[in-house]
Design a protein around this ligand. Structure first.
Ligand code: KG4
Ligand code: ZN
Length: 385
């Protein structure tokens, strides 16, 4: 078992504990991190992280080379009570001191989502506190605000193992999806690359390490939609091209591994940069009155940990008159502080949910756009997130 990590409680702004501050417990269980955090939202919008506990399941899934939903759900059920208790203890609070309880209600692996959602509802009911069913994507969308003020609107690139999309975040509960992947997520492309070359799990960091000494120019890989005037993505062809390139090598060496990892990483970074340019154009058209120094491109999700990706996005932002905001890695990957913050922002706006809120495997943040977009493949289960 991976030990529970604690990122030290931190304060990001003065004057947090005013009369109208809201203190919320957040729970996150939608993928392979079991997380609980207590966040206090001050009247001026500053967030104080009272505790932030994450228990990763990497070792549980590593033998399978990917997240196994049933194993994830069981692991959440086993440790969520301890993780939650730890978060409350580190915050130095008992449940009475909370103003509300928030839990991720989707999108994600539904078994795990149900564990967190039921636990959150039970705590809210027992403590007599309001409950908020949080969309995980809204958590990511608001995550830069855990660290520093980040006024609306901003352009968000959410790039993780499950999602690759651009959102114009206008307010809490108001995000417009400008573009999205039509097949795989960028994180999946990293994970698949690692799996093909036997680099281990999770794939992203392994590819980044292997790529360090590689020559990205040796393999030519496809970058779909390059230069297009929309900001959708496609990564499935890239995955296939990487597999083909790998299969063509007889008795691969570490040099082959490094070169192909470098080419894969570089191609994904270039795709993200190229699509970001289109998205920034769309965003600037949506908000023509926004001063240049108020134009922000925020990057969130696990792939934002990749330094090549960050560097390319920084360059694209600079060229297009945007500032790149890349939150610290602990807020880029899945965490419960972002869920607590989203819950507090919703409570502040009177947006609590009742205890009948359902777990939703798919739950696009911009449901209207997702439903009308043929690329998102409606289907029986509803559009992909
Ligand atoms: O946001 P996240 O922790 O979980 C969700 O998918 O919701 O993102 C995990 C993804 C994985 O696909 C992982 O391989 C990728 O982020 N990732 C990276 C790096 N660190 C994590 N990809 C590229 N480079 C990294 N350093
Ligand atoms: Zn996530």
């Amino acid at each position: 078992m991976t030990p529970i990590a604690d990122t030290a409680p931190q304060r990001q702004d003065a004057g947090a504990a005013g009369a109208a501050s809201l203190t919320v417990l957040g729970l996150e269980t939608s993928c392979d991190e079991t997380a609980a955090a207590v966040v206090r939202l001050s009247p001026d919008g500053a967030a104080e992280i009272l505790s932030d506990v994450v228990r990763a399941q990497i070792e549980d899934h590593a033998p399978y080379g990917g997240v196994v939903p049933e194993i994830a759900a069981r692991a959440h059920a086993e440790v969520l009570d301890t993780v939650t208790r730890t978060a409350m203890e580190r915050a130095g609070l008992d449940y009475d001191a909370l103003d509300g309880v928030a839990a991720t209600a989707g999108p994600g692996l539904v078994g795990g989502v149900m564990v967190g959602l039921m636990t959150g509802k039970a705590i809210a009911l027992a403590a007599g506190k309001p409950f908020v069913a949080v969309n995980h994507l809204e958590g990511h969308a608001l995550s830069p605000r855990l660290e520093a003020p980040c006024p609306f609107p901003y352009l968000l690139l959410l790039v993780s193992g499950g999602h690759t999309q651009f959102l114009a975040v206008e307010d809490v509960g108001k995000a417009r999806r400008l573009g999205s992947t039509i097949d795989d997520a960028a994180g999946e492309a990293f994970d698949k690359t690692a799996k093909i070359m036997g680099l281990g799990f999770p794939g992203g960091p392994a590819v980044e390490r292997a790529a360090q000494d590689g020559d990205p120019a040796r393999f030519r890989l496809p970058a779909p939609f390059a230069g297009a005037d929309h900001c959708d993505f496609s990564f499935s062809g890239l995955k296939t091209a990487i597999l083909r390139a790998w299969e063509e090598i007889d008795a691969p060496t570490d040099r082959d591994r490094a070169d192909l990892a470098a080419a894969a990483q570089q191609t994904i970074a270039i795709i993200l940069m190229d699509r970001a340019e289109a998205a920034m154009g769309m965003f600037a058209e949506l908000f023509p009155d926004l001063e240049e120094d108020a134009r922000r491109l925020v990057v969130a999700g696990g792939v934002a940990a990749n330094s090549k990706v960050r560097a390319k996005l920084d360059l694209a932002a600079h060229v297009n008159g945007f500032t790149l905001i890349a939150p610290p890695l602990k807020w880029c990957t899945d965490n419960a502080a972002m869920i607590a913050l989203a819950g507090a922002e919703r409570l502040r706006r009177g947006m609590a949910d009742d205890l009948s809120a359902l777990a939703r495997p798919r739950w696009p943040l911009d449901a209207e756009r997702a439903a009308s977009d043929p690329a998102m493949g409606g289907g029986r289960k509803g559009p992909k997130a």
